[in-house]
Design a protein. Sequence first.
Length: 387
Amino acid sequence: MVPYWRLSAYYFSYFAFVGAFSPYFTLYLQSIALSATDIALLMSLMQVMRVLAPGMWGWLAEHLGRRLTIIRLSAWASLVGFSVFFFTTRFEGLFLAMALMAFFWSAALPLVESLTFAHLGDQAGRYGSIRVWGSVGFIAAVLGLGYLLDFLPLDSVLWITAAILAAIALSAAVLPEAARPLAHRESASLHETLRRPEVRALLVACFLMSAAHGALYVFYSIFLVEHGYDKSVVGWMWSLGVVAEIVVFMFMPRVLRRYSMRAILIFAFACAVVRFVAIGWGVGSFAVLVFAQLLHGATFGAYHSAAIAAVNQWFRGRLQSRGQALYGSISFGAGGMLGGLVSGYTWESVGAAWTYTLGSLFALAGLAWLVLGWRSGAGSKAEGGIG
């Protein structure tokens, strides 16, 4: 039996943290008089640790066979690291708190993804019905906190985020382990897998897609508030994107059966090119912002579903944890770090509109790399589909 509700509860609480932290923690940092560069540096630590930590944790999980132990310990250690934010507003202390929290928090998701697929076995098409609860958790947090912050002080973000981290730890405590994959399922070594041109093309393109989202994840809430939108509207805008993502997750099993992973990714990258230009230059139009947020269904929902389907297909057996960690490190880690740091510099030097335009250029580069590096028909169909 697949432990559907226990896995779903973990995804719900994990992405509720993202919904509270990503949109609103930057507003808290701005409220304690940090510059855009300092905010970008602090937020980029989340991506730095997603480069450094998952590979190490994945290696430990593979060699020690203690995947679930690492997931549980990382949850409590993340809460301990975050608690430092309650005791300092100095940049040095904030840097230490962010580094500690991010180092342990980034350990969990690749391991939970591999745990989920291990439980699903030949029911991989059910992934979307579990992962969608993460999107629900994000919406609950981003909307709830958005309304609360119209009445509560911004430092309330700290207490609410800490409570969600505790919920992650409690959810991890009830997760069951899954059987380790059989050795005969491992069809290739890591080195052999990485030599495949479609694998390299996907990983580089994913790096560029996450770089394209850098300004969105660091400055979108600040951008909207500075243009006169209420924090509750900020919450609704973030939620709108995730609602679009949920709809896409629901339909992805049949989409992946009908279209190749390569075709879905090309479409997602094209949407990203349009989306970030629209945000940067159309912030004065509510309709344009709504349109841009609806494109999140493609630029994250379709993109992530197709990318993770490819990783699950190409990295077999015991390589699965390593493959998930590599995907997260290169894309959300290294790519997100580059996008966040560059946007912190350009935000103050050339302005918001051109910063988002740079995001579109990152997406365009990823699109070109994908088209040229992954030949049509090479490992393009998902086996069994993923939602």
